[in-house]
Write a protein that binds this ligand. Structure first.
Ligand SMILES: [Zn+2]
Length: 242
């Protein structure tokens, strides 16, 4: 069975309200990783998402690469985003289901971007670094964990990936490659290119519980809608979070 967890990074944007309606209409659950700085400016769409049953995760306050910050700066940044998320749950009148964290750029603290190594990371301990380990311990102590119980992607055979306190992923939509800043500089140039990529991904076709990354930015909403509807046409199931 083809099934996925839908995660969306960088909320809120001007489209968050429409995105929530789009997903709610199709009965698709999602975990939104929010930027604390953007929530502080505009909490209403996140409060609304919570009230519609969507889960909220911490995607840092300032969206800076954690490899460029000291351990103490990283912790302060995580906490600042936590404060904004807690406020949203309070205003929404909903109790928080769990704590989830995703590093900006998937830079888990050492300046590297772990997704770049996913083809060759099978036997590597991805937490084998002093600062990464310290951040992992902090996140674990604060109750952060991954909610992807059904993930059967081969990456999750790696115990260090499975045990990570932060949320990783198994398939990135590359929706950002079509934004003004990036278009033409990367291998995928159109929504059709990205649809083909989905259709050609072996693990997406053959393993349950793939973890998808999409983005909620000013220029990604059209791509988002097209790709999600494409996946519905291709009979993907979108899994609920526990
Ligand atoms: Zn991000």
């Amino acid at each position: 069975m083809k099934s996925c967890y839908l995660t969306i990074d960088d909320s809120p944007s001007i489209h968050t309200g429409d995105m929530v309606n789009f997903l709610a209409k199709r009965d698709i659950p999602a975990l939104l990783f929010v930027r604390g700085d953007l929530v502080a400016q505009n909490p209403a769409p996140i409060v609304n998402a919570i009230q519609h049953g969507f889960y909220i995760g911490n995607h840092s306050y300032g969206h800076r690469p954690y490899g460029e910050m000291s351990y103490d700066e990283c912790i302060a940044d995580i906490k600042s985003c936590e404060d904004e998320i807690e406020k949203c749950y309070k205003v929404a009148g909903v109790s928080r289901p769990g704590k989830y964290f995703r590093f900006p750029y998937l830079d888990r603290g050492n300046g590297d971007r772990v997704e770049r190594h996913f083809d060759s990371v099978a036997n590597v301990d991805i937490n084998d670094d002093e600062k990464i380990t310290a951040l992992q311990n902090y996140l674990k102590n604060m109750g952060f964990h991954q909610p992807f119980k059904k993930c059967a992607h081969p990456l999750y055979d790696n115990p260090s990936i499975k045990a990570a306190a932060d949320c990783l992923m198994t398939f990135t939509s590359y929706d950002w490659m079509l934004t003004t800043r990036h278009i033409g500089k990367w291998p995928f140039h159109s929504i059709d290119d990205l649809k083909k990529r989905i259709d050609q991904d072996h693990n997406l076709q053959n393993s349950e519980g793939n973890i998808l990354i999409f983005h909620d930015q000013s220029e990604t909403f059209e791509t988002f809608q097209s790709l999600i509807d494409h996946m519905i046409e291709r009979d993907y199931t979108f899994l609920s979070f526990p």
